[in-house]
Design a protein around this ligand. Sequence first.
Ligand code: NAP
Ligand code: MG
Length: 403
Amino acid sequence: MDKIKMKTPLVEMDGDEMTRVLWKIIKDELLLPYIDLKTEYYDLGLPERDRTDDQITIDAAMATKKYGVAVKCATITPNKQRVEEYNLKEMWKSPNATIRAILDGTVFRAPIIVSNIKPVVANWKKPITIARHAFGDVYKASEIRAEEGGIAELVFTSASGKVTRMKVCELEGPGVLQAMFNKDRSIRSFAHSCFRYAISTKQDLWFGTKDTISKQYDQTFKLIFEDIYNTHYRAEFERLGIEYFYTLIDDAASRVIRSQGGFIWACKNYDGDVMSDLVSTAFGSLAMMTSILVSPDGCYEYEAAHGTITRHYYRYLQGETPTSNPMALIFAWCGALGKRGELDGINELTEFSKKLERACIETIEAGIMTKDLAALAEPGSKATVVNTLEFITEIKNKLDSEL
Ligand code: NAP
Ligand code: MG
């Protein structure tokens, strides 16, 4: 078989620790034998970020803007302990935060579903993808703890000098106060990313806020979404037969539980923080969860939702055979290659990524899995626990028989 040729390079961001080890195995075993892989490589491993004063992260984000599709390995976000461990010049910022800020993107988290690992919510048959607005609200709020009573006011001085003043409350004793904000610009970007991702994956989009109670704040979110939907996306949604559905956040929460899945749930920042943990836990495992950053102008960056699996890496350094689950990393590559194929009109590439995904799922459904999944598999279903390399070899055999 001839190797599949690519046109536009994929932006490849390498990472740290155990996932860096898995990254190389995945490329060597599952990609390079089949694809004339064309990537623009950025080493986001911590030593290289330190050496380049984190310029490499910025370059990688700019390359993603240029080419439109990236795949990223997990990376260490340094803390004090990492600064010592790697003898860093500085406590560099989280690469994901840097990339997200440059692309102005929204993160979509989606579970990988297999038939022998059942979600806690029995009626969920298809993935539920959570889109979390990652700017503002309570995460950028100002707070006051009042130790005695008093009057609280909200004051806004506009750029042109107009002052709006509003009494918030009169505290007769100690209490707490909070002021938060968001920007139309950020809400608009969030909305564009959500509608684009719904179109790109042909799924319904749900959005919920508390606009009945929050008649200015949440109402603004609702109106901006509605406006952007009507002006830019309604026709395409109708053509694809997908739906944009707005409801109150509490109604959304109860409908999600009763649903079969298969849609995107857009959430305000705090709702998304809480609901993404709830949904991902109910689906089973972080090792079976992918994460896709979508920018409002349609750039895509694919990665695993988990971190660098440090504990496994330290054991690997001591000579232990890797046992980590590579599913989310493989799916990140599949997502990116599939999107590249779609954008460049390379059908073989899109087909290859679908076949590789199917080979992964069939391997697990045949009962061959890493130990993290064996613990979650349906009672009574057979599970053969294998290490990472054995697991990848099984996937490769399945893939070969499909190609
Ligand atoms: P983690 O890497 O996600 O791992 C936490 C635990 O989850 C592991 O010890 C392991 O449990 C289990 N796990 C996660 N992924 C797994 C997989 N693929 N296969 C099997 N088990 C898996 O989180 P962390 O240990 O808190 O963070 C480690 C580093 O990752 C940190 O430096 C953090 O900054 C970074 N991080 C990066 C990203 C990113 O780049 N997107 C995201 C999160 C964290 P057991 O040990 O019980 O087997
Ligand atoms: Mg959280």
